[in-house]
Design a protein around this ligand. Structure first.
Ligand code: BEZ
Ligand code: FE
Length: 284
């Protein structure tokens, strides 16, 4: 004879079997199975359940076009990173979290653009290629790049910055090559003024992310890549509050030895260099 809690679980799982989309029926049944197991194992009290509902209600209240507390919750729970890991195509560059500061309206700038102009920060020549998983160049791939400024803030957090500051789309050349001049990114904290911040504080968790560049790489006929590059040795590289750091995405920022590069970008003073080869997979 079934135990009553097992019967509730079975019935709730089966209730999704009517879905027209079989994948929806499958995923929802599994979600019910694991959530019920969590309630049973933790012996969740009514007060705790109510606190959970209040957390979701407060998250909804603070969420708008500019800010999504549910997405941040997914990030700090490691769910976004788990989705990245389980959907990783074989042989491609590891993906990493998108974060809330991507801007679809980023401008297409010439390959070789100088994004620095006269703002503070250590200047960095970021260059590389886009290849397929066999190492063949992908002609005319697109790089969508964004990062924070030297004060640790993105334009959405800092009215003093132009909305297009330190971001661009660049069309790679026929050999998949790209280059741009930017600055070293800085570590920063995830937004902590909402219910997720309260949860992090109650849990005495780190609120910082290591410094990173965000990059979306796309090319017709290939699976798009959303990823990040992390400077070797950055603070919090071993303790990213959203679990985005993966082997293969940590890169050295080395002094650039080629004086012709500094000359080409009109830079005097020190110049750092980051070189990276992104690998895109074809759809399975
Ligand atoms: C970011 O990289 O900008 C970010 C990612 C996840 C949560 C908050 C910020
Ligand atoms: Fe970021």
């Amino acid at each position: 004879m079934s135990l009553p809690n097992a019967a509730v679980t079975q019935e709730a799982m089966a209730s999704f079997a009517t879905a027209e989309n079989p994948r929806l029926a499958h995923v929802m049944a599994l979600l019910v199975k694991h959530l019920h197991a969590f309630v049973a194992e933790s012996k969740l009290s009514k007060d705790e359940w109510m606190q959970g509902l209040q957390f979701l209600t407060a998250s909804a209240a603070i969420t708008d076009e500019e800010r999504n507390e549910f997405s941040l919750f997914s990030d700090i729970m490691g769910i976004s990173s788990m989705v990245d890991v389980v959907s990783q195509p074989e042989g491609g560059t590891p993906s990493s979290v998108l974060g809330p500061f991507h801007n679809h309206d980023s401008l297409v700038r010439p390959n070789g653009v100088n994004l620095v102009q006269d703002q503070p920060g250590d200047k960095v020549w970021f260059h590389g290629r886009v290849l397929d998983v066999e190492g063949q160049p992908i002609a005319n791939a697109q790089i969508d790049f964004w990062q924070n400024a030297d004060n640790g803030l993105y334009p959405a957090q800092d009215p003093a910055q132009d909305p297009q500051n330190l971001r661009c789309k660049v069309q790679c050349d026929a050999q998949g090559g790209f280059e741009l001049l930017t600055i070293r990114p800085q570590p920063y904290t995830v937004p902590t003024d909402g219910p997720v911040g309260a949860l992090l504080a109650a849990s005495r968790r780190n609120i910082w992310r290591p410094a990173h560049y965000h990059v979306i790489v796309s090319a017709p006929g290939f699976v798009g890549l959303v990823t990040e590059l992390f400077p070797q040795g950055s603070a919090y590289i071993d303790n990213d509050t959203v679990f985005g750091v993966r082997p293969g995405l940590v890169v050295p920022f080395q002094p650039c030895q080629d004086p012709e590069v500094a000359q080409r970008f009109g830079v005097d003073g020190p110049l750092l260099e980051v070189s990276y080869e992104f690998r895109l997979a074809r759809p399975a």
